[in-house]
Every structure is written in structure tokens, then in C-alpha cells.
Write a protein that binds this ligand. Sequence first.
Ligand SMILES: Nc1ncnc2c1ncn2[C@@H]1O[C@H](COP(=O)(O)OP(=O)(O)O)[C@@H](O)[C@H]1O
Ligand SMILES: [Mg+2]
Length: 274
Amino acid sequence: MTIQETLLEFQQVNYTYPGADKPALAGINLSIPTGKKCALIGKNGCGKTTLFLLANGLYKPRQGIISWRGKPLQYDRGFLMKLRQSIGLIFQNPEQQLVASTVEEDISYGLCNLGLPSDEIQQRVEQALIEFDLNELAERPVHHLSLGQKKRVSLADVMVLKPELLLLDEPTAYLDRPQTRNLIALLNKIHTSGTTILMATHDLDFVCSWADWVFVMDQGQLILEGKPEEVFVQRDLLDAIQLGVPLIYEILSSEAIEKNILEQFHQRLLNLFS
Ligand SMILES: Nc1ncnc2c1ncn2[C@@H]1O[C@H](COP(=O)(O)OP(=O)(O)O)[C@@H](O)[C@H]1O
Ligand SMILES: [Mg+2]
């Protein structure tokens, strides 16, 4: 048996925005297992984005402990800089991510902040331009890019730092189908090369075809987690928090669930996207 290692852990974490009357995170417990493709689902306002902002130390919990590889986070500059190398966060809106004038400069920004030697920076940027298919856009001003291209640049910005955990906040929002497929292919490549992924998303059909672990949040708490086929059969619970289930679970009857047909469907879906 292999021991499952936890990368990031939230223990009884509370966070209330200044001036708010109820907490955005209300004593949440959540552990991100190493090596998985995790999805974080929950209706608008349940605290997904807040969880991400706490995960990379942009916000500090009012109560509770957040640990990275078993060590509680510290909030000094040195610790946070290292943490943000290990945990890459892709914001929902790429405008929040992109800082420099050209694509190439943007990708090199984080590496320059780390004070790496210039030839290493150049080599890593060149590699990222190839990996994320951005070579032709290298000299382009970032604000002239399409949304899909901006998302690719944000991914390159973060991945060039070689994080162990990649957090993505609603990455498929506003992308069309080809752009989404393109993103999935990139994420699968990133995952295969050893990065753990946690993605917040509304797209349950996508979760069904992509994730191997699902966290369900409601009102600042984790209320359910498990493999997609374990989570999405909890129809009553998911209806009660107004989340619903993926289309395939809508269509298939409970009889099909009993007959394990869902598991076979899942495997076929996973094969389609791998
Ligand atoms: N900057 C903010 N100031 C005050 N309240 C906020 C702020 N951002 C989010 N909230 C509140 O915190 C809760 C959780 O929000 P959020 O983490 O953005 O949820 P999600 O990403 O799941 O939609 C919501 O009630 C939201 O209204
Ligand atoms: Mg959000």
C-alpha cells in the first residue's frame, strides 16, 4: 500500500472579509493529496476563490491552520516567496496575473524576482514559449491578446516556476470548446509531468471527464469529497445545495448506477480526454 502524502492542508480555517457579517470560510477542513487532478465545486459565493487566496498566502486565516507539506504557513516575505514557487495560482481573470508589457517579459517576471542567473532565465523562458505554444506571440503586448491566449500566458507565467501544486480558478470560464480542449490537453501534460492540480470550476460535465478527486464546498465548508463516481451519486445532497449533477448522471437512471454502468462511462470519458 502506498502512503498518500498531503501537499496542502486546511484545518478548521476561518476567514471573514473586513466588514462582512458572515465568514467566507467557516472552519473548513480540506487536504489536497499529492499527484491528483482535483476539482473544487460549489455554487457561487461558497468560498472557492477565498480558499485559493489563502492557499498561497495572499490572505491570512483569522483562525485555524494552513500547512504546506506538514508545516504551518508563515507570512514573512521569504517564506511567501518560496511558497508561491511551490504553489502556482492562476486567477480567474488573467488581467490580474499579467504584469509586463510583452509575453516574453511576462513569463520572465517571476524568474527575475527569484534572482536566477540570466542564462537560466532565458533558457526557461524559451522552453515555456515552446511548451505553451507562445513562440509566435513572444514579442506581442499582452493586452493585445485574446482571452484564450492570455490564459495560456498566465499558465506559462506560473509553470515556468515549476510549482508542485497548480491552483486554477475557473479556468474554462468564457473559453469556447476548442480553447477548452486545448487547455485540457495542456493541463494533462502538466499533470503527467508531476504537478498536482486543484481546479475550481462550475462545469460539472468537465469535472466528470477530467478530475480523479472532487471536493464539494458549501457556505465556506467542505461538505463532501471523493472520486467523481462516488460524489455524483449523492444526488439528494447535491440538489439540496443547488449544485445538481453532471448531465450523464441526469440521464442515467439509478438502475444504471446500480449496474456499475457509470463506472464504464467514466472510463470512456477519461480515455476521450487523455
Ligand atoms: N473582497 C471581498 N470583500 C467582501 N466579501 C467578499 C469579497 N470577496 C468575496 N467575498 C464574499 O465571500 C464569500 C465567498 O466568496 P468567493 O470566495 O469569491 O466564492 P466563490 O469563488 O466560490 O464564488 C461570498 O459571500 C462573497 O460575497
Ligand atoms: Mg470564485
